[in-house]
Design a protein around this ligand. Structure first.
Ligand SMILES: Cc1ncc(COP(=O)(O)O)c(C=O)c1O
Length: 391
């Protein structure tokens, strides 16, 4: 159990929006976390897909410390080297043309929503095509607009009224999407290729290909929310790179800066000039320390590492699907959801007690280990997970 002073102070002073697990982490090294009693855990959650290089990665640490010594912040009124170099790196690897930096996934999606509306207003007139279509069971963030974009009713309770101009269709249903695009003034379709918070549910590749073709035909923008799937998580830098087309807008955050808060909205050719000076902004967005950290992350997400991510994902999937208690393992790369006979919340608690940190997503156990996790600790974690599932 964690130090009671911290849990008491936490209960007294922290807004009670989080149901915390009974552990206080004080340190991390590679794919291991250590609690306040010095106990070691294997991390299979990466702080919800954030710590892609694990903890205390030497190049990341060096980049952050050097930048903190050199220049921590000046705002976006001035040029800064790390931000520009990061934008160049991300554009070259994503096929996008320009980057707008924010501090989170929700902010990256806010930028995407604003860009889509402005693109349409510039071409077709103010407010003539305001609607953004998203999918049921999606998750796009917790700000009011991104909550409105989120196609899950449970997140909408208590917080209305929401910004207008969002419509939802069931995932993998082309007829529903066609009908929506024909009946509503739509400027963009926004989706996750693998619905992460929705239970690690990958969309059907044929559906994704058809959505791209249909949106191109109607000059409707395709926004891919890569907040969770990006930064190597699925075994490609971005998950749409498993396909042979480009989106119009890509958003990402979480693993982008490997543990520092950063989000980015990457703008493709059609929308590269849509935002103009003063039309959008962020005080901290693209902050030099976060940008230096992100560059250190991106430089380590090599093709070799991404190939390893796919191999490790295949290994976990093969091991777990062999269990009779496992109904299926969904997802791609090191973003996996395990549907099994044990209650996921209770299973995560049992695993924590055995020194393995995992997550849940809806009715599933969710695994999002650091992309750099070693084979030995991965095998140890998988053995413990199998033992617990089989109980
Ligand atoms: C797909 C997706 N989009 C957006 C978000 C929101 O990101 P953030 O919590 O950084 O605002 C999340 C967070 O889980 C996510 O998974």
């Amino acid at each position: 159990m964690p130090d009671s002073t911290i849990t008491t102070l936490d209960a007294q002073y922290i807004a009670p929006t989080y149901a915390r697990f009974p552990v206080t982490f004080v340190r991390g090294q590679d794919a291991f976390l250590f609690d306040d009693a010095g106990r070691r855990y294997i991390d299979m959650g990466s702080g919800i897909a954030v710590s892609v290089l694990g903890y205390a990665n030497p190049a990341w640490e060096e980049a952050v410390c050097t930048q903190a010594h050199t220049l921590s912040h000046v705002s976006n009124l001035y040029f800064t080297q790390p931000q520009t170099l990061l934008a160049q790196h991300l554009c070259e690897r994503s096929g996008m043309k320009r980057a707008f930096f924010g501090n989170s996934g929700a902010e990256a999606n806010e930028c995407a929503i604003k860009t889509a509306r402005k693109y349409s207003a510039d071409l077709h007139g103010e407010n003539t095509r305001p609607v953004i279509v998203t999918l049921e069971n999606s998750f796009h963030g917790r700000t009011l607009a991104t909550l409105a974009a989120t196609g899950q009713e449970t997140f909408h309770h208590h917080f209305g009224p929401f910004p207008k101009g969002f419509a939802y269709v069931p995932p993998n249903d082309l007829f529903a999407l066609t009908a929506m695009l024909e009946s509503q003034p739509v400027c963009a379709v926004m989706l996750e290729t693998v619905q992460g918070e929705g239970g690690v549910e990958p969309l059907d590749p044929a559906y994704l290909n058809a959505v791209r073709a249909m949106t191109l035909e109607k000059d409707i923008l395709l926004i891919i929310d890569e907040v969770q799937t990006g930064n190597g998580r699925t075994g490609k830098l971005f998950s749409y790179q498993h396909f042979d087309w480009l989106p119009d807008i890509v958003t990402t955050a979480k693993g982008l800066a490997g543990g520092l808060p950063m989000g980015v909205c990457l703008l493709g050719e059609k929308v590269m000039n849509t935002l103009s000076a003063g039309s959008h902004g962020s005080t901290f967005g693209g902050n030099p320390i976060c940008a230096a950290a992100a560059l250190a992350v991106q430089q380590q997400l090599t093709d070799d590492l991404l190939a390893e991510v796919q191999k490790k994902g295949a290994y976990i999937t093969e091991e777990l699907t062999a269990l009779p208690q496992v109904q299926n393992v969904s997802g791609m790369g090191l973003m996996l959801g395990v549907a099994c006979t044990r209650d996921p919340k209770e299973l995560v608690l049992a695993l924590l007690a055995r020194g393995v940190v995992c997550l849940t997503a809806k009715h599933k156990l969710r695994l999002l280990p650091p992309l750099t996790i070693g084979w030995e600790e991965l095998a140890q974690a998988v053995t413990i997970i199998k033992e617990e599932i089989a109980k």
